[in-house]
Structure formats: C-alpha cells, structure tokens
Design a protein around this ligand. Structure first.
Ligand code: NAP
Length: 334
C-alpha cells in the first residue's frame, strides 16, 4: 500500500514552508513488535512543532533530522496492531507523522485510545486533548488563578489561548485576551465572553493593558517577544506569569529577554514555564474535568478545517500569520 508523507528537507526560513518540506510517496511498511499502524483521519497543527524544524539543540525536544518525516499529533483508526491494549478499529491520538498512515511504537508515540462516545471526535485534538490539558494546567496550576482575579491570555484566538480564556471564566476569574486584529478581538469578546480583548497589531498595547483595573494577576503567555514587555509593565503585585509558549521566537530562534525584567523583583512576580508532556499521567483526570464543561456547553472551540494532506502547509502557515480562530486541523480523505 502507498503512503504519502511530508518530509523535512531543510530548515524553513520564516513561514516559507513550501521550500523546506515536500510531499513524498513510500511503500507502507508493516507494524513491528509493539507497533500500531493508523489510517490518519486528522492531523493536528501545533505551533510548538515549528521549533522542532529548527536546528536548535537546547529546546525541550531535539531538532528533527533533515530527510525524515515531519512529526506531529495525529488522530486515526488502527488498521494493524502488534501492541498490547490496542486493537484494529480502535481510534487513537498519538505523535505520528504528517502522512496518510503512521506506523508508531505505541509507547513512544504516547498513543491514547479514544472515547468514541463524544459528539465531535475532533474535540480529542481540542478541548479534550493536549490543548485543553495545557490550558487548564496553565490557568489553574501554574498561574494559580483565583475567582475574581484578572487573567490575561496572549494568542487568545488560537486553540490553546481560546480554551485558556474560557477556563479562566469557568473558574470565576475575569478573562482578558490579546489577539491580532480588531475583528478577531470583537469576535472573542462577543462569542466567547472575554471581558476585553486587546488588538496587539494596531493599538498601543502597554497603554491599553493599563486600563485593567487592579492590574494583571495571571498572564498565560503563548507568545513572548515585545508583548511580554507590555504585560510585565502592567502586572499586579505578586502576579504570576505562566509561560506556555513563545511563538514570536520559534521561527528564527531570536531570544529576546524583556527589558523591564527588573519588575519581576519590584512586583514580586513568579515566572514559571510548564510543558504538557510533564503531566501526561494526569491526562484522564484533566480530560474528565474538561468533558464536563464541554458537555455543559461552557467550553467550546471552533475548528479551522483544511481538506487534504497535500494542503497541510496552507493550514500550518495560519498558526504563524494569525489566519486561524480556534484549532487548526487537516482532514484527510480516507
Ligand atoms: N507548554 C506546552 O505544553 C504547550 C502545549 C501546546 C501549545 N503550547 C504553545 O501554545 C501556543 C499556541 O499554540 P497553538 O498550537 O494552540 O496555536 P494557535 O494558538 O492555535 O495559533 C497560534 C496563534 O498565535 C498567534 N501568533 C502567531 N505569531 C504571533 C506573534 N509573532 N505575536 C503574537 N501572536 C502571534 C496567532 O494569532 P494572532 O492573530 O493573535 O496573531 C495564531 O493564531 C504556542 O506558543 C505553543 O507553543 C504550549
């Protein structure tokens, strides 16, 4: 059987992914001991994977070797299994590759058998998956948000950010967002209950954030870069900065420390990074809590769908140009 897959040929320059990745054809190999093969139905587009495309070796994951398949989170149906606990026909979420089929070690890929008893299977790559876990952990644990506090989220219209905003509201906090464009900001406030959304592209962000009464207690940072400086200037005393991601710095490996870092001392701030694989073992508990909110209609996520493996790079680019609202997925024709 033929298997098409995206191969990383070179380190991409900015968002020029077409020059760095190519769609290849190969013969699908059989699953070895401990392996499963999935027919992929959805590919999850995740901003953090941009870092794996670079050659930096000090990230939380080593760089992908050139000439190898592009890795990513996939959801699909098992068509062959030599792994204990996984059967043909099961649906799983796992770290596979951007391909029609993925052959993976069931343990190393973090394969999780999925509950089919949900309204929308895509939720396993949204609120009920890694983005949901990350949002909940970052707001509640790392950010330690309490009812009545002011929680600010950057990349608020994206998958992780939009979930974090809604979770902040569910936990009784005030939710503020930062996003690109007045139209996106309006939609987030009107449809997702944000108390206010700040357009970082066309407004003076530092001045705008100064209007948050009482200052920012928790900053859920998805972006880093200059936005972080504007936020630090407006943090409340004893505020917490939960560092989830640094999307502004993934492409070129820029490291831009905030010029006003001194405010960490002056305001007695806590700055802490967190990383979802560190709390994978808590997944079932996190999913169960998130599912109660999804089922109650309190937590939802729009899906930005692109059809066809051949169009993967169009979908992926949206993460870095702000072309998405909610979760970016590629749906494969099966
Ligand atoms: N720590 C963890 O375990 C973990 C897990 C999952 C995700 N993350 C992080 O969460 C963040 C969001 O990832 P995601 O996969 O959910 O993507 P996403 O938020 O759905 O999409 C990325 C969004 O980032 C915004 N953006 C892109 N470049 C920007 C820039 N230079 N400045 C400001 N905003 C920018 C864009 O919206 P605008 O229109 O607002 O520009 C875009 O919609 C990433 O930093 C990712 O690494 C971390």
């Amino acid at each position: 059987m033929k298997n098409r897959y995206w191969r990383l040929d070179a380190r991409p320059d900015g968002t020029d992914f077409a020059s760095a990745l190519s769609l290849q054809n190969s013969e699908l190999r059989g699953a070895g001991a401990g392996e499963i093969t999935t027919r992929n139905h959805y590919l999850s587009m995740d901003a953090g994977t941009r870092m794996w495309m670079t050659d930096r070796t000090d990230g939380y994951q080593p760089p992908l070797d050139l000439g190898t398949p592009m890795s990513g989170l996939v959801m699909g149906e098992i068509i062959e299994s030599n792994a204990h606990g996984f059967a043909v026909g099961d649906w799983v979420r796992a770290f596979g590759s951007w391909s029609d089929f993925s052959v993976m070690d069931s343990v190393m890929s973090g394969a999780v058998k999925l509950d089919r008893n949900v309204n929308d299977m895509r939720d396993h790559l949204g609120p009920l998956g890694m983005n949901g876990w990350t949002a909940l952990w970052g707001v509640e644990r790392t950010g330690a948000a309490k009812a009545g506090e002011n929680v600010l989220v950057s990349a608020a219209g994206g998958s992780t950010g939009l979930l974090a905003c809604q979770i902040a509201k569910i936990l009784g906090a005030n939710a503020y967002g930062i996003a690109g464009g007045a139209q996106k900001c309006r939609l987030l406030a009107d449809q997702y209950g944000l108390d206010q959304c700040f357009d970082y592209r066309s407004s003076d962000l530092t001045a705008g954030l100064a209007g948050i009464q009482g200052g920012i207690d928790v900053y859920f940072d998805n972006v880093g870069g200059p936005i972080l400086e504007s936020v630090i200037a407006n943090m409340a005393l004893y505020g917490r900065i939960a560092v989830c991601g640094l999307i502004a710095e993934y492409a070129d490996g820029t490291r831009r420390g905030p010029a006003n870092f001194d405010q960490v001392l002056m305001k007695r701030l806590r700055v802490e990074g967190f990383f979802s694989p560190d709390f994978m073992d808590q997944g079932p508990m996190l999913t169960a809590r998130l599912k109660t909110w999804v089922d109650a209609g309190q937590l939802s996520l729009p899906y930005d769908m692109t059809l066809g493996l051949e169009n993967t790079l169009i979908a992926y680019t949206k993460l870095f140009t702000g072309g998405n609202i909610g979760k970016v997925l590629v749906e494969l024709e099966t």
